[in-house]
Design a protein around this ligand. Structure first.
Ligand SMILES: Cc1cc2nc3c(=O)[nH]c(=O)nc-3n(C[C@H](O)[C@H](O)[C@H](O)COP(=O)(O)OP(=O)(O)OC[C@H]3O[C@@H](n4cnc5c(N)ncnc54)[C@H](O)[C@@H]3O)c2cc1C
Length: 368
């Protein structure tokens, strides 16, 4: 996290301006003493890393969020930052291209070409790219891709929905806030993004059944907030009808469903508005002007897998959970080190591929 923040800060000022990078802080709010105790525990563990996270009292929360109701304290990291992903990704992509990177869009990768047990190329729908080293960073598609090559990855995905409000009253906090019911983030262009943990949807499919035991602690901890659905829409990575194997001449699942674009859970919108209204009675239910959803891929311990795969030449970088945008610069730096066989300068033990298969103790590390 510290490395990621440093790398974001190291971007040239003009690029930080272009992506709307702002250190607006993040605040996790508590309704009861047990949540405050959990924050204290987290802070004890985080302190050695030198981050500026601190506990806030009830009066500090009231000063920051006037006329709010129900919070007795908080955990705040003032240096936490935000940027607009829709702007950031193209800006960084253009910078990479200017540095000589070739980006090929709208071209599905169908599989790996193997020679004598090692990678000799990547087969795409527009031809084969010869190479001996490959990084798989396929988000929610990663486990499907790996399974077709006989490699297991414990990864499932949930649909998370976001709702954008009209401008809230002048002076309403512009940073990011979350409690156990909703998360709020001010947008540079005006309005706030809201999401409710209870708006998460999970589609049951063959991988969900296969990985039931590994994800059981998640299921138990998120039981009330995640809505289970019996089947994913057609073509989704873990839909019942999605092929698990294909020839490089068949139409692959990645061509059948080119963009994972789930519908937002509109049923949760009214609940979210009323949760906001009870937290900010003087503002009431905010007007929603936009909504969208995406799939968040998670592993059983909510930590990424960043490691060599059991196929020589293949590196996996996936399972970024709900934090992949923020931690991307640090993850990319570590992936580059692994690919180039350099020391990554960080302990990557927590991200190793084999941890779900060798009996390592497992903890659900944090919320998605
Ligand atoms: C609603 C929502 C809110 C979020 N909020 C935050 C937040 O506040 N902070 C944060 O840090 N993160 C957040 N995230 C998480 C973040 O967006 C992800 O962690 C991050 O995008 C993961 O990056 P990735 O590169 O691993 O995967 P992705 O972004 O999913 O990229 C993988 C890409 O690979 C492509 N692909 C897959 N398979 C193939 C194939 N066979 N051939 C060709 N292309 C392929 C996919 O089309 C996709 O473009 C949020 C996510 C959602 C859905």
């Amino acid at each position: 996290m510290m490395e990621a923040m440093r790398l974001w800060q190291d971007l040239p000022q003009r690029m930080r301006d272009a992506i709307g990078f702002k250190q607006t802080g993040v605040t996790y709010l508590a309704r009861d003493a047990s949540r405050m105790a959990a924050f204290e525990h987290w802070l004890d563990q985080a302190r050695p890393y030198g981050i500026d996270t601190r506990m806030l009292s009830r009066s500090a929360v009231e000063a920051m969020l006037p006329n709010s109701a129900g919070w007795i304290g908080a955990l705040q990291t003032p240096s936490d930052a935000q940027a607009d992903p829709l702007v950031t990704v193209p800006v960084l992509a253009r910078a990479a291209v200017a540095d000589g990177v070739i980006i090929r869009e709208c071209s599905a990768v169908l599989g790996l070409e193997m020679s004598a047990g090692s990678i000799s190329g990547v087969v795409t729908e527009t031809g084969t790219v010869r190479c001996t080293r490959v990084v798989l960073a396929g988000g929610a598609w990663s486990s499907l891709f790996l399974a077709a090559h006989g490699v297991k990855l414990r990864q499932l995905s949930v649909v998370s929905s976001v709702f954008t409000t009209t401008n809230l009253p002048a002076g309403f906090a512009c940073g990011a806030f979350a409690d156990d019911r909703l998360a709020i983030r001010g947008k540079a262009a005006g309005g706030h993004n809201l999401t409710a943990w209870s708006s998460n949807k999970f589609f049951i499919g063959p991988d969900a059944v296969r990985n039931f035991g590994a994800f059981l602690p998640h299921l138990i901890s998120d039981f009330r907030s995640t809505k289970l659905r019996p089947a994913a829409p057609e073509g989704y990575p873990d839909a019942w009808g999605t092929p698990r194997r294909w020839n490089n001449t068949d139409q692959s699942p990645f061509e059948r469903c080119r963009i994972l674009n789930p519908h937002p859970d509109m049923a949760s919108m009214a609940q979210l508005q009323s949760q906001f209204a009870s937290a900010f009675p003087s503002i009431g239910a905010p007007e929603i002007v936009a909504s969208w959803a995406g799939m968040i891929d998670v592993t059983p311990d909510t930590l990424p897998v960043v490691d060599h795969a059991p196929i020589p030449g293949l590196v996996i970088a996936t399972g970024m959970s709900g934090h992949g945008f923020g931690i991307a610069p640090a993850m990319a730096k570590m992936v580059a080190a692994i690919v180039e066989a350099r020391a990554p300068q960080h302990d990557l033990l927590a991200f190793r591929y084999g941890r779900f298969f060798n009996g390592s103790p497992r903890h659900v590390s944090s919320a998605i």
